[in-house]
Write a new protein. Structure first.
Lengths: 182, 574
């Protein structure tokens, strides 16, 4: 992120906003939480205080638990801290974060669509793939294998497809993260 | 069978958690609870403002290590608790706050004394529980105590609608443990400990940087063993005072904005910083990018979210400080036995260097002045107080002088609203500590500004005979703000003079408390001796030099190395 004084000493407001925007990193938070509005309220308040911008957020609810997945933006240097902050919060479990990754290391595809046929197609084309999250037109699909550059390019060329790599998880049941050890 | 109502279930639930006392103020929706208190044995201390209830519960928790309990009614009672909860949250103090709420059918209808207590409290508590029925109460209270003491401790709020306090239920206590036990994360491996021990033994100019986490985990003995085993000097944060004896040869005292010259320079020149239960807050670090910039850093903390929050570290060890320090002691000792070379000569030179800095600029003040210098007052109190005395301070200049000049000998005997810095804390927190330990000496050192924020609880200590000793460090101003206006705003003193400060002696007497005043240095020792004797609440109004400022000071935005050790020569712009 550019130093604070560089951002704010520039007279052009549009340039300032662009600088801030470019300094941010897009990432996904996925977690399980008590199905309790107090927990959800605390979570959203924490994201606000930490300066995490929410691009899309979707919830899947069950009787006692809810699953949340959010595509967010924040300065890269606070991502680890926010991950750690969330995983220690009361009522929240299994926090995972995924980083935008354009290389062949990306094993997860985030799809936002009203038509789930694209998701069905991926699941059919990649035998090891599985649906990690699906709710309200937002999908996170694990491809289940390291893909070559060609298949990666083909997948991410699809409109509305964003590729990610899992970086850290507090879930004991999740597989090993792609980039670093949890 | 006559089933108990929610209020009776609540009292039994609290007793099962070993709660001994509640600090609070009753109100409309809490009438059923106070009816149950009337019939039961749980002690309730009626304070004069709910903020004092929260501060008293905080003081109780700091000295006992057990959660303090406070209660306020719906609406204003609950909002008055919030400052105290915010302070406990910042300082990681386990407090359980009980708040009344309007009946469940009235929630959301803007009923009389309705407030969104859950919404208001969420950012300043570890968790807030919204009770709906009496049957939930045993489990919610057990969870509340568990959350308050687990991991990084902190405050928890339980919001109780009147309906839940009134309705009858068959409580299920059977499956509960009697008292909640803290659960702590453990995210370190033996290889991490080996690496940390190697870093420690290979260092030449190491410093142990210790915060309140060492006290809350009960790791003060382990800290001392590690420091003595390795010969590494120890500096503490404001929250860490008492974790390491002030008179120990390896003690550096407090670091940071008002840390001593030697302490701050030792941080700047260190090659290894071992942070234990400390959070690298801005008052400790100064300009953060220059904090211990030559040092490798090990960070021991129970809270993973503290790792790399303010300062990037080389080796994080997430877990209980006591467990980790024990493992480190074992590993360091093992490596020494296995023949690892320790740089004794370099370490001796490091301690000599620190000592020379200490000699160059010791903590000092004008010792010949005829007026009472506040630092001298603290020294006299430190000399004359009992060895296990508990000291509670407010916020401002007197707090910093106490941190600099009081000699601490044991943990859980220093109470300070350190993170939030809430004026008005010192006196009610002392009251809570005194309720926990009726036979120990408890001294509230307060400023004339902060004391006026919560002094209505003079009525409480008088009523209950709580023998708190209150020292008013009276400089007739909001001294710390005045100091900043003096140093950084060209002496533009704006609304910092408290002008017509009340006669605190007469005020104390109006509440039935004996008071005395000191204005001359020569009278101080005898006055303090008289003041500290006896087992009843007393007040000592000490008129100190109003011009005195706290030094050293790290100016805002500066690094620790840029501290001012004495008043700068100000150039008159006119």
């Amino acid at each position: 992120m550019p130093p604070e004084q560089d951002i704010f000493s520039d007279g052009d407001a549009l340039v300032q906003v662009k600088l801030l925007h470019e300094a941010n990193m897009q990432w996904i938070i996925a977690l399980e939480a008590d199905n309790n509005p107090i927990v959800l309220g605390r979570l959203l308040n924490a994201l606000r205080r930490k300066g995490v911008g929410i691009n899309t957020l979707t919830l899947g609810t069950r009787t006692t638990e809810l699953s949340l997945m959010a595509l967010v933006e924040s300065p890269e240097e606070i991502v680890e801290h926010v991950f750690n902050f969330l995983r220690r919060m009361e009522g929240i479990r299994d926090v995972t974060y995924y980083r935008r990754e354009s290389s062949g290391m990306a094993c997860f595809i985030f799809i936002e669509t009203d038509d789930n046929s694209a998701v069905v197609k991926i699941l059919g084309n990649f035998p090891l793939s599985k649906l990690v999250f699906a709710s309200q037109g937002k999908y996170l699909v694990e491809i289940g294998e390291k893909r070559g550059a060609a298949s990666h390019k083909a997948l991410t060329a699809e409109p509305g497809f964003l590729s990610f790599a899992r970086v850290r998880t507090s879930s004991l049941t999740a597989g090993m993260p792609d980039l670093t050890e949890a | 069978m006559n089933l108990p109502n929610g209020s009776e279930i609540l009292i039994e639930s609290l007793e099962r958690q070993n709660a001994k006392v509640i600090f609070g103020v009753p109100g409309g929706v809490l009438l059923p609870l106070y009816d149950a208190l009337y019939k039961g044995d749980l002690r309730h201390v009626l304070v004069r403002h709910e903020q004092a209830a929260a501060f008293a519960a905080d003081g109780y928790a700091r000295v006992t290590g057990q959660p303090g309990v406070c209660v306020g009614t719906s609406g204003p009672g609950a909002t008055n608790l919030i400052t105290g909860l915010a302070s406990a949250f910042m300082d990681s103090i386990p407090v359980v706050a009980l708040t009344g709420q309007v009946t469940t059918d009235m929630i959301g209808k803007d009923a009389f004394q309705e407030g969104d207590t859950i919404g208001i409290s969420m950012p300043v508590t570890k968790h807030s529980f919204a009770v709906r029925t009496a049957g939930e109460i045993p489990d919610v209270i057990r969870q509340a105590f568990q959350v308050a003491v687990s991991g990084r401790p902190g405050p928890v709020l339980v919001d109780l609608p009147k309906t839940a306090l009134v309705e009858r239920a068959d409580p299920d206590f059977a499956s509960e443990p009697l008292v909640s036990q803290p659960e702590r994360l453990k995210e370190w491996r033996d290889t991490d400990i080996e690496r940390a021990a190697t870093m420690i033994l290979e260092s030449r100019r190491a410093v142990l940087y210790v915060g309140g986490g060492v006290i809350s985990s009960g790791a003060t003995d382990e800290l001392r063993v590690l420091a003595e085993l390795t010969g590494i000097p120890v500096t503490t944060t404001l929250m860490g005072l008492g974790a390491f004896p002030s008179r120990h040869p390896l003690s550096l005292g407090m670091l940071g904005m008002h840390g001593s010259y030697a302490t701050n320079l030792s941080i700047c020149h260190s090659d290894l910083l071992v942070a234990v239960g400390a959070r690298f807050d801005d008052r400790a670090t100064g300009r953060v990018k220059d904090f211990a910039s030559q040092a490798k850093k090990i960070h021991i903390d129970v809270d993973p979210s503290e790792i790399n929050k303010n300062v990037r570290v080389d080796l994080p060890l997430v877990g209980d400080a006591r467990e980790i320090l024990r493992a480190l002691i074992g590993e360091v000792g093992g490596q020494i036995r296995r023949g690892r070379r320790v740089a004794h000569d370099e370490r001796r030179k490091w301690l000599e260097q620190i000592e020379s800095w200490r000699t160059e600029h010791p903590l000092n003040y004008d010792r010949e002045a005829s007026c009472v210098k506040p630092q001298y007052l603290i020294e006299v109190l430190s000399e004359q107080a009992e060895p296990d005395a508990i000291v509670s301070v407010d916020v401002g200049q007197h707090q910093m002088w106490a941190a600099q000049f009081y000699r601490f000998s044991q943990p859980r005997s220093w109470l300070s609203s350190s993170g939030l810095g809430s004026m008005g804390y010192g006196f009610p927190a002392a009251m809570g500590a005194q309720v926990a330990f009726p036979d120990r000496q408890v001294i509230a050192i307060v400023g004339d500004g902060g004391f006026q924020m919560t002094l209505s609880d003079l009525a409480t200590v008088s009523e209950y005979g709580i023998p708190v000793k209150i020292v008013v460090v009276n400089n007739r101003s909001l001294g710390m703000v005045r100091q900043w206006q003096h140093m950084f705003f060209d002496k533009h003193y704006c609304d910092v003079s408290l002008g017509r400060v009340p006669d605190f002696v007469k005020l104390a007497e109006a509440y039935g408390i004996s008071g005395a005043r000191v204005e001359r240095r020569v009278d101080l020792k005898d006055a303090v001796a008289d003041f500290l004797s006896g087992h009843e609440p007393r007040l000592l109004d000490v008129r100190v030099d109003p011009e005195e400022n706290v030094f050293p000071i790290v100016p805002p935005g500066a690094s620790l190395a840029e501290m001012l050790v004495e008043p700068p020569v100000l150039v008159d712009k006119k």
